[in-house]
Write a protein that binds this ligand. Structure first.
Ligand code: FAD
Length: 287
């Protein structure tokens, strides 16, 4: 049909892949198999999340370093400002720059339970990073509104502040309601936000885990998605096929709506992200 034809011709699709630091040798093996599998797709960058306690932070740096040393990929560490002083952040940023890191995903981070009202936000981190060097900075955006935002307009104004502070693109929280992304993108344009609003695609294989995630992050799970995974609790193979199909349907609509950049929450698994990229016409580099 014409949509598949259009997709084959769409060209110029940029992808990025997000990973998290593994906590066991087995998970490390899975991560590295996935990185190797996705590397030939020539992503714009691959990012590694940053956890809220110090052990996890060191693991982020470890993965980033190994990506830099052992692959051709552009490594983008996530960095959060909760739990870190400006001095610590400045020194981290300088170290990253000296180590050849040019891309950072800058976030406030989730507040530990019982924290007082925050006084520093992601926009402050963007400003701090730009004061160190001209990093390429990605920030977070929320088509269905961040759970702590006063309202949708305040959240949009916050995104504008992050872009005005120098961020180069926004990556969205995952979503399943494509319309909510498209409406959000329109509102960004209307607000004068002139960077790419890159959809964050979460290929779903574990629906039970997704329901937990979604409840914490204010992401709606439409009825049709519940029905897709109904009865598959003990059938991982079928869930994998259904998950790929759901994500491929989504990216087809997004591509038809002119989206050229896609960010994948891989959860350290390559298969679904690889298949979705393939459908978008993203193929291994021949070299
Ligand atoms: P901000 O942009 O600072 O916004 C946080 C909230 O504060 C919003 O509700 C905003 O509207 C509000 N706000 C902003 N400024 C003000 C102000 N001046 N006054 C009042 N309210 C204000 N978390 C991690 O811990 N590690 C990660 O690696 C990580 N990676 C992520 C990657 C992506 C692509 C996304 C979408 C999220 C990621 N997160 C990560 C989660 C993120 O840290 C949380 O969603 C966090 O709660 C908000 O971070 P932010 O950068 O969006 O914050």
């Amino acid at each position: 049909n014409s949509l598949n034809q259009n997709l084959a011709e769409v060209g110029d699709i940029n992808v990025s892949f997000e990973f998290f630091p593994p906590s066991t040798p087995e998970m490390e093996q899975i991560l590295w198999n996935s990185i190797r599998r996705l590397e030939p797709l020539n992503p714009k960058f691959v990012s590694v999340t940053y956890g809220a306690n110090s052990g996890v932070r060191d693991r982020t740096h470890g993965v980033i370093e190994r990506i830099q040393q052992e692959t051709q990929l552009v490594a983008a560490p996530h960095l959060t400002l909760v739990d870190a002083s400006d001095e610590e952040l400045l020194s981290l940023a300088k170290n990253y720059w000296n180590q050849g890191i040019r891309n950072i995903v800058a976030l406030r981070g989730d507040l530990p339970a019982g924290s007082p009202k925050p006084t520093r936000f992601a926009a402050d981190l963007v400003r701090l990073l730009k004061s160190v060097a001209d990093f390429d900075i990605s920030v977070a955006a929320y088509p269905e509104v961040h759970p702590e935002a006063a309202n949708a307009q305040a959240d949009l104004v916050n995104l504008k502040r992050k872009i005005d502070a120098g961020a180069n693109r926004a990556i969205t929280q995952f979503f399943f309601d494509v319309e909510s992304y498209l409406r959000f993108r329109d509102r960004c344009v209307a607000a004068g936000i002139d960077v790419e609003i890159v959809p964050g695609i979460l290929p779903v294989t574990n629906f039970t885990q997704l329901k937990r995630f979604a409840a914490m992050t204010n992401v709606s799970i439409p009825g049709w998605l519940h029905r897709q995974f109904e009865g598959l609790e003990n059938d991982a193979a079928t869930r994998q096929l259904v998950g790929a199909n759901v994500a491929i349907d989504m990216v087809k609509v997004l591509a038809r709506e002119g989206v050229k950049d896609f960010h994948f929450y891989t959860l350290n698994r390559a298969e679904l992200s690889y298949a979705i990229c393939h459908t978008l016409g993203v193929r291994p580099r021949q070299d």
